[in-house]
Design a protein around this ligand. Sequence first.
Ligand SMILES: Cc1cc2nc3c(=O)[nH]c(=O)nc-3n(C[C@H](O)[C@H](O)[C@H](O)COP(=O)(O)OP(=O)(O)OC[C@H]3O[C@@H](n4cnc5c(N)ncnc54)[C@H](O)[C@@H]3O)c2cc1C
Length: 400
Amino acid sequence: MNYHDTAQTADMEVTVALGEDFSELRNTVRQICKGFPGEYWRKLDDCSGYPTEFVAALTEAGFLGALIPEEYGGSGLPLRAAAVILEEINANGCSASPAHAQMYIMGTLLRHGNEHQKTTYLPEIAAGRLRLQAFGVTEPNTGSDTTQLKTRAERQGDVYVVNGQKVWTSRALHSDLMLLLARTTPIDQVRTRTEGLSVFLVDLREAKGNGIEIRPIKAMVNHNTTEVFIENLKVPAANLIGEEGKGFRYILDGMNAERILVASECVGDGRWLLNKGVAYANERRVFGRPIGQNQGIQFPLARAYAELEAADMMCRRAAALFQAGRPCGPDANIAKLLASEATWKAADTTFQTHGGFAFAQEYDVERKWREVRLYQTAPISTNMVLAYVAQHVLGLPRSY
Ligand SMILES: Cc1cc2nc3c(=O)[nH]c(=O)nc-3n(C[C@H](O)[C@H](O)[C@H](O)COP(=O)(O)OP(=O)(O)OC[C@H]3O[C@@H](n4cnc5c(N)ncnc54)[C@H](O)[C@@H]3O)c2cc1C
């Protein structure tokens, strides 16, 4: 299928498509999602399982290789098309998060890897034979202060020996490769704290039990997230991505795409939740009339709709700027901020609209409500986005 025809990728002019862009793509996603109803996700939630069949269906449809250029076996679609795929998955009651990182983590390899690394890995990732969907950045003791991370990688001949610990490394038990950020030059030996960090491609198939131990974290949401313990792990020097010491910049380079994609997932979840809330408000009768006739029920739903529309527009704008190669840091961050808050409002409103039944698992409202709470914390927390906007857009002093 060729989706390029519907894409807005003008080089000179930045255009934003309104309404149902990439409708053919959306329809294909909807068809796939029909095979994975709420019951499927509820069962996984109960046992902290991984949606292997769902991810296989997305892989088979070629969706997870959407952003990999055609020369490396992917579909080479614009970022907006990938955003639409993720949005539509969530808008149809499914969950994009078990698979979304397979779409975008490879961006670091694509932009900064050497040709050998790209020809070795990208076609395999595009075909879904290799999963690169684990990203080890966050550490237990340094959190949002990424440049202070403690995981060390020391060059010893042809290998780097890595020691440290990561936390909240999602999907590490369902990934063949992991992108790892580690310090290669001690912080007291660099000019600025953003220097001296490096990115490695770690082959988890070899590393598990051989320098890496992965333990699942039981969490509020079924996110297949883990703790990763690293002890004397030997990573071939050939698996260093780009130049040693420049890893922080490489990771930052991928942030805008990630923010835009995650924001689009938020919009999708918000739409699913809102539809559910509106349907219930129309059908539930109390005091002899539909509860949706009460302004106390309909106004919050109307407000949630308005906020989702605004967030959606911001996602489209950020994606259009990204595609045109224009600076889009502020737009991508603002899209993520607004979309994460709009979907949370939609979730909480729909939850309240459902009265006591919101708590019954069979409605799927409580599950989605839990799931969308995450977006205000990960992949970046709201305060960090606000600090970015305050400093880089408004010109206020750096606050940390
Ligand atoms: C389910 C889940 C999945 C995740 N998946 C991944 C993953 O795959 N890979 C990965 O690397 N990480 C992952 N994360 C980690 C996530 O990115 C971090 O949790 C997030 O960035 C916040 O870091 P922290 O938890 O250490 O909070 P902290 O940095 O300790 O912050 C705690 C609170 O303080 C606020 N705060 C801290 N400093 C400031 C400041 N200077 N100004 C204002 N407020 C401040 C924060 O905004 C936050 O609200 C995941 C997290 C979760 C919960």
